[in-house]
Ligand binder design. Structure first.
Ligand code: ATP
Ligand code: MG
Ligand code: MG
Length: 556
């Protein structure tokens, strides 16, 4: 492969391999905390970490970074494993858990205490924060910092045994209270948590390592050569390296890249959890969510997500990716692979007055202009049909190339019809159109000589099947709900789009869709790509999700 196409991480790895660092071995890891479902940002990290391992004949571990029992749960572990497999990746060996290293991490902490590099602090969190100072002012060394090694060992052991209440003591690294890097001002290594058992270790532990203490050490235990993470950890890197150096363990190296930010959505698990808990959405896999499970349910394919992540690429500068790029990647994929069918979402009855009452014709239509191998299907045509309400206008402007009084359109794959009469109810609402058809205008054997601009989708009224169709729009109505909320001093929920879900109950579908199964995907002609919902579909009721419209409805 040409050198130009390498990103900065690949360049670094190729240098390391060329220098025979770690014998040329490449070991990466993906380290989710099991405190929520994975989102599209995690998908980028997965593609980067697993992709690099694949490219350089290395391996990628899946490690659950489970150091906080308060927020973690086995249900998230299961969901995360499922999503990674669905994305098409296989982790190296068996799943790793930071909690499997708790004994080892405890030994590391003892080693630091014995070296005079860690101490037990009795101060409360507020005092510790105050004593840390500010980036422009050095912090204060408190009285606990000079505790003897023996006393620190004794107190830390007591903490482990549960002899001290929550929050009453912490273990801190003894580094430099005047460091320009705030993360080196005696960072927390362990805290006491006694109020909830851990999802794997139960109540064995009363103390838990912090992210900073657990992460690099777990990397070293697993002999991770390249620890790839997002830019916000750049300021943690000196601490990551300090701990590895002082403990004299495997020298894992951390490299940061820009996280994925996507417009019109939120990607922090904390915010997503709030939407789930407050029932703003119908669970983590609500098709409007930016989670992998939601995208799957909505009809995104794993290859479209991988392609999207590849397109976004790896850089060192933060940027905002427009959600239309994600939509483009699924359109591109489904356009090639799914059959076209006809469905009418907001039906308007059409009666063809000159078509025989008891007659049904069976039209044979091709399933995809993109792929002949998708074959053909039979579509019945009769005297009574449905078209889309939006495809008729009573006082239509000249450029309205759909149906209007006295105007003609072609019904896709069938005949040219002309609107002769408009039937309304008492309120003046149009409820039916009386039309005539030209029997010489049949698609493929048209001898009518007529030229019409509009082609409408339709279904035969007596053959149509009923379905519910769910249309989705952006979950938020501003580009960056997070920063907007901060700027305006509001909750991010203030920017939710109230019209993000539209449920259409009386949709009419061509009968070929009768045997549709949950997960099936298709294009509803002129309307977009759809899939059969896996949650709400029952034996008696088909529910469809719109994956994406055919064109970007928001394009300027
Ligand atoms: P969140 O803030 O959404 O809860 P997190 O970083 O706390 O995310 P983790 O479970 O710790 O969630 O993340 C696992 C890995 O995924 C980390 O290496 C993290 O850097 C990466 N990651 C998380 N969000 C993104 C993102 N938006 N883009 C790229 N990588 C991400
Ligand atoms: Mg995290
Ligand atoms: Mg987080």
């Amino acid at each position: 492969e040409p050198k130009e196409s390498l990103n900065f991480i690949e360049i670094k790895i190729e240098e390391d391999i060329a220098n025979n660092k770690h014998g040329g071995k490449v070991q990466t890891r993906f380290p989710p905390e099991p405190n929520g479902f994975l989102h599209i940002g995690h998908a980028k990290s997965i593609v980067v970490n697993f992709g690099i391992a694949q490219k350089y004949q290395g391996a990628c571990n899946l490690r659950f970074d489970d150091t906080n029992p308060l927020t973690e749960d086995t249900k998230y572990v299961e969901a995360i494993k499922k999503d990674i497999e669905w994305l098409g990746y296989k982790w190296n060996g068996s799943v790793c858990y930071t909690s499997d290293y708790f004994d080892q991490l405890y030994e590391f902490a003892i080693k630091l205490i014995k070296a005079g590099l860690a101490y037990v602090d009795d101060s409360d969190a507020e005092t510790i924060a105050k004593e840390k100072g500010t980036p422009t002012q050095p912090g204060v060394e408190n009285e606990y910092r000079s505790r003897s090694i023996a006393e620190n060992l004794q107190l830390f052991e007591e903490m482990r045994q549960g002899n001290h209440p929550n929050g009453s003591k912490v273990l801190r690294a003894k580094i430099d209270m005047a460091s320009p890097n705030m993360h080196l001002r005696d960072p927390y290594l362990y805290r006491i948590i006694t109020d909830k058992p851990h999802h794997r270790t139960g109540d064995k532990w009363k103390i838990y390592p912090t992210y900073d203490f657990a992460h690099g050490q777990s990397d070293a235990i697993e002999e991770v050569t390249h620890s790839l993470c997002t830019l916000e950890f750049e300021v943690h890197r000196p601490l990551y390296e300090w701990l590895i150096e002082k403990l004299g363990i495997f020298p894992s190296k951390q490299t940061e890249f820009a996280r994925l930010n996507l417009s019109y959505t939120m990607m922090s698990k904390r915010n997503l959890r709030q939407l789930v808990n407050e029932q703003v959405v119908d669970g983590w896999d609500d098709p409007r969510m930016p989670t992998i499970s939601a995208l799957r349910r909505r009809g995104y394919t794993s290859s479209s997500i991988r392609n999207f992540a590849e397109k976004v690429g790896v850089a060192r500068r933060e940027n905002l990716i427009d959600v239309s790029l994600l939509e483009h990647s699924i359109r591109e994929d489904l356009n090639k692979t799914v059959p076209r069918v006809m469905a009418v979402l907001k039906p308007l009855k059409v009666v063809i007055t000159n078509y025989p009452e008891d007659k049904t014709e069976t039209l044979v239509l091709e399933n995809s202009p993109e792929d002949e191998s998708l074959g053909k299907r039979e579509v019945p045509f009769g005297r009574e049909l449905y078209i889309e309400q939006d495809d008729f206008m009573e006082d239509a402007p000249k450029k309205f190339f759909r149906l209007a009084p006295e105007r003609e359109v072609r019904l896709k794959g069938a005949y040219i019809i002309k609107c002769e009469e408009v039937i309304k109810d008492d309120t003046g609402k149009v409820i039916e159109l009386r039309c005539t058809y030209d029997e010489n205008s049949k698609s493929g054997e048209d001898t009518s000589g007529k030229k019409v601009k509009g082609v409408l989708h339709w279904v035969s009224a007596s053959h149509a099947i009923d379905a519910e169709v769910r249309l989705y729009d952006r979950l938020f109505n501003v580009e960056q709900p997070g920063s907007q909320a901060k700027k305006e001093g509001k909750e991010f929920t203030a920017f939710l789009n109230p019209d993000s879900l539209e449920i259409l109950q009386n949709c009419k579908l061509e009968p070929s869709l009768k045997s549709s199964k949950p997960g099936d995907q298709m294009q509803f002609q002129r309307l977009g790509y759809f899939c059969v919902d896996t949650q709400f579909t029952t034996n008696d009721k088909l529910v469809f999700n719109r994956t994406v419209s055919l064109k970007d409805g928001w394009a300027k």
